[in-house]
Ligand binder design. Structure first.
Ligand SMILES: Cc1ncc(COP(=O)(O)O)c(C=O)c1O
Length: 367
């Protein structure tokens, strides 16, 4: 995997609306139906917005996110002995934690390994450290699965100090088994880290418990409350790792990274114990519907464990543009993942998916 020099790197592309593009089409963000981001289709829990009303805007936020880490430890039941949350580091979105981890584990010329195709911030974070990046590419012919034995031998040969693995993976939706993840973790050299990005895990119907991986000491689990609780505008994510790993990464974080509104909303969101599960069920329902409809349209998609689908469409750029222009619908063009023939559809409610299917049918008939 070649990596551009840092000064030539542009910021990675993401889903979501692009204001300049919308303006060029005479559209406002509220005019479009956005399938390009993959977040809880039910939106944020109402209690989160209410709780923010009580925040004193003139006070500094708690630099340790104490109450939020306690709420997380309580909710996740990480370890009853660690209710103070020393296994937890909160960040300004999980993206911040990706960059802090790269800073803590990569120096100039160090080696990182990334299971690809995947979320663009991993590569960007490595580039900012001037690290050497090894890409471990999934096999497109085998529904984007990885050959684990080959991945393990690459890790053993190249000795990366940081390995990024997204599970389930963005944008393919592949969900690796516990056995395979353990095999990868055990191949890492000493004093290195496997960053297991579980941003989309809450939307997987049949999950395995990744907490026991923390006992290995070289695995950090990354979660995103901007996805499962749809606190997207607030930016909120957290990492679970052994206390020494947390301390090493935390040392890279500035004091007031996570603002008070996000901390308060996060605590209120966690108290809504049904919200994520309700979101997962809504995704499950809409996904079943969408899968049937995409198949009826003759579109090929990759079986996904997550709340999005990677769909083969020919030119993603053209299809995305047509959907936006004619139907005010946005999907993710996967060219930036190196997959210009695919779009990624973030699963919304069944009603929204119904609109997407009608729009896809119309665009496909007219092209
Ligand atoms: C795999 C993955 N990790 C992390 C993130 C970033 O999430 P956050 O909003 O918590 O920074 C994304 C967002 O698209 C993602 O796809």
């Amino acid at each position: 995997m070649s990596i551009r020099p840092r000064h030539l790197m542009s910021r990675p592309l993401h889903g979501g609306t692009n204001i300049a593009e919308l303006r060029s089409l005479g559209l406002r963000p509220e005019d479009v139906l956005d399938f390009s981001a993959s977040i809880n289709p039910l939106g944020a829990p109402p209690a989160a917005a209410l709780a923010m009303n009580g925040v004193d805007l003139a006070a500094y936020p708690d630099t340790e996110c104490t109450a939020l880490r306690e709420a997380l430890a309580d909710r996740l039941d990480v370890s009853t002995e660690n209710v103070s949350g020393e296994y937890i580091l909160v960040g300004n979105g999980s993206t911040e934690l990706i960059h802090l981890t790269a800073r803590a584990y990569l120096h100039s010329g160090a080696t990182a390994a990334i299971f690809t195709p995947t979320f663009g911030e991993f590569e960007a974070a490595c580039a900012m450290q001037n690290a050497r990046v090894i890409g471990i590419a999934a096999n497109e012919g085998d529904q984007f699965s990885w050959r684990i034995k080959k991945a393990v031998s690459t890790i053993v040969e190249q000795s990366p100090t940081l390995v990024f693995l997204c599970n389930p993976n963005n944008p393919t939706g592949r969900y690796m088994s516990e056995e395979d993840v353990r095999e990868i973790a055990s191949a890492l050299p000493d004093d290195s880290l496997l960053l297991l990005d579980e941003a989309y895990l809450p939307f997987v119907d049949t999950r395995w418990n990744s907490f026991p991986l923390l006992d290995l000491g070289n695995v950090a689990l990354l979660r995103s409350m901007t996805k499962d609780y749809a606190l997207t505008a607030l930016r909120l994510g957290y990492m679970l790792a052994s206390p020494d790993v947390v301390e090493r990464i935390r040392a890279q974080q500035h004091s007031w990274s996570v603002n008070a509104l996000a901390q308060t909303a996060g605590i209120a969101a966690l108290a809504d114990t049904a919200h994520v599960e309700d979101g997962r069920r809504a995704v499950q329902d809409a996904k079943r519907y969408l899968i049937d409809e995409l198949a009826a349209l003759g579109l090929h998609f990759i079986p996904s464990a997550a709340n999005f689908l990677l769909v083969h469409v020919g030119s993603a750029k053209v299809l995305r543009h047509m959907l936006l222009k004619r139907h005010h619908i946005i999907v993710r063009d996967c060219a930036s993942f190196g997959l210009p023939d695919y779009i990624r559809i973030g699963i919304r409610t069944k009603k929204d998916c119904n609109r997407l299917v009608a729009a896809l049918r119309d665009v496909m008939e007219k092209s």
